[in-house]
Design a protein around this ligand. Structure first.
Ligand code: GLC
Length: 475
């Protein structure tokens, strides 16, 4: 669940004004309890977003902190005098501009890694850490199965607040120079202590939004039973469409995580253009489905990915997000508008953003009946994954020298599955020798086009169509 806490909604609820209350726009705590109970009854687990790096500027903690330099909560946020009439250092906000805002009432500046309405908590203050642990316990007691920890790499910063190296302009997720304002070594003991809180409640999990583009740095956050169980991999998510780069990334991560961690794969979330928009269209969306659901690790899917949705075009007057991320956040069409009206089965009221594009043809109800649809592909792959231990827990061997085709074998002693993914818009061939066999032999269990399911293959080579992906159960 994305943030549903009480919030002025400057950043889609990532500006929390009360961590332990449901915003009235979503309902009440009783609704939340009912949701968790009903989910559990159906065998579903519920993970909630935990926003730890910052709060809303309307949070009572910040109001108190801001009230005077002598306030008991002054140290809960990062306040500093200016430097030469400007901000205390050169750190930049992820949303552009300086990461500092001047507060005339107390003649000091406060730090905000995101919008000015999202002041950063000071994690060097032990009382902040203790308060956040209490927030975690509040939701764990209510039965949540774990947390997605928001920008968790930012809860450790250089206590000396030294200048970053270089000057950064605009959104800076992709810059190498975040030397001092994130991923400071102090983050790791803090995570370990969060883990201890989670462990008080038995089997619960934490996945981190560790937005570091260096896989080696990200992998340091993943330690079973110690730090995070899982971390989203933004290096992978930001790769250009290339079999070579994907191949290198998955091999590297595998080595980096062994033996204490487990990979996580995702290609879409609420902060990024959708796969069907940023890669070559529906064909790429289909290929990435086969990729995500057959790699060794835990896949994360984002609403609408299973329909092959594209980004929406948002007219100026309907924009909501501070950072231009609305196009990937359009509501999901359950039914075609011609049947269900303009809310497409998502709402009978006015949707908060325009319904996702192609609602007429891509609505869930349309795709459920269509055996070739992207949704049917996802269902086939998920069923296969459930059926085949090789896909869930098997080893993974990635083959080199197969050009635009990414090829890997997932294996347990009783079964072996070969995955072939052609990233190219041209047909491509994989030879048996490429995968260490005298012949490519088996049954097609899944295919990105949804053609040929169940067909036998026994040949010295396999030809793949443009952007085609196959999963072969080897004989
Ligand atoms: C994370 C969220 C993003 C939000 C930011 C600040 O990156 O995914 O939506 O704007 O944190 O909380």
């Amino acid at each position: 669940l994305s943030p549903f806490f009480k919030s002025p909604m400057v950043d889609g609820g990532y500006d929390v004004a009360d961590h332990c209350a449901v915003d009235p726009v979503f309902g009440t705590l009783d609704d939340f309890d009912a949701l968790v109970a009903e989910a559990h009854r159906r065998g579903l687990r519920v993970i909630v977003d935990l926003v730890v790096n910052h709060t809303s500027d309307q949070h009572p903690w910040f109001l108190e902190s801001r009230s005077s330099r002598a306030s008991a909560k002054r140290s809960w946020y990062v306040w500093r005098p200016g430097r030469d009439g400007g901000p205390p250092n050169n750190w930049c906000s992820e949303f552009g501009g300086p990461a500092w805002t001047y507060d005339p009432a107390t003649d000091e500046w406060y730090l905000h890694s995101f919008a000015p309405q999202q002041p950063d908590l000071n994690w060097d203050e032990p009382a902040v850490e203790a308060a956040m642990h209490e927030v975690m316990r509040f939701w764990l007691r209510r039965g949540v199965d774990g947390f997605r920890v928001d920008v968790v790499h930012k809860i450790g910063k250089d206590p000396l607040l030294r200048d970053n190296l270089g000057t950064f302009v605009g959104p800076s997720h992709h810059r190498p120079g975040h030397r001092f304002d994130e991923d400071w070594p102090s983050v790791h003991p803090r995570l370990r202590r969060m883990r201890r809180v989670v462990k008080e409640f038995g089997e619960r999990m934490m996945v981190g939004e560790v937005y570091l583009l260096d896989q080696a740095a990200m992998a340091m956050y993943v330690r079973w039973d110690d730090e995070l169980d899982l971390a989203h991999n933004f290096h992978f998510m930001n790769l250009p469409w290339s079999a070579d780069l994907v191949r290198t990334a998955i091999c590297e991560l595998d080595r980096l995580l062994e033996p204490r961690g487990w990979p996580t794969w995702c290609l879409n979330n609420h902060d990024h253009p959708r796969v069907a928009s940023r890669y070559p269209g529906e064909a790429a969306a289909r290929l990435s489905a086969v990729l995500l659901l057959t790699l060794r690790g835990t896949p994360f899917l984002y609403q609408g990915e299973e329909l092959g949705l594209r980004d929406g075009a948002i007219p100026e007057e309907q924009r909501v997000d501070v950072a231009g991320r609305d196009p990937a956040r359009c509501p999901l069409p359950w039914e075609p508008p011609s049947v269900a009206g303009p809310g497409a089965g998502f709402t009978a009221g006015r949707p908060w953003l325009p319904i996702a594009p192609d609602a007429e043809t891509r609505a869930v109800a349309r795709q459920l009946d269509d055996p070739q649809s992207v949704l049917s592909l996802y269902r086939t792959l998920l069923a296969l994954r459930r059926r085949e231990p090789a896909l869930r827990v098997g080893s993974m061997a990635v083959f080199e020298g197969t050009g635009p085709v990414l090829v890997y074998r997932r294996e347990v002693p009783t079964a072996s599955l070969l995955v072939l993914l052609n990233f190219d818009g041209q047909p491509a061939t994989v030879r048996a020798a490429d995968v260490g066999r005298p012949a490519i032999r088996g049954t097609i269990e899944a295919s990105s086009t949804m053609d040929d399911l169940g067909r036998g293959v026994d040949a010295p080579e396999v030809e793949l169509g443009p952007f085609e992906g196959l999963v072969l159960r080897e004989a």
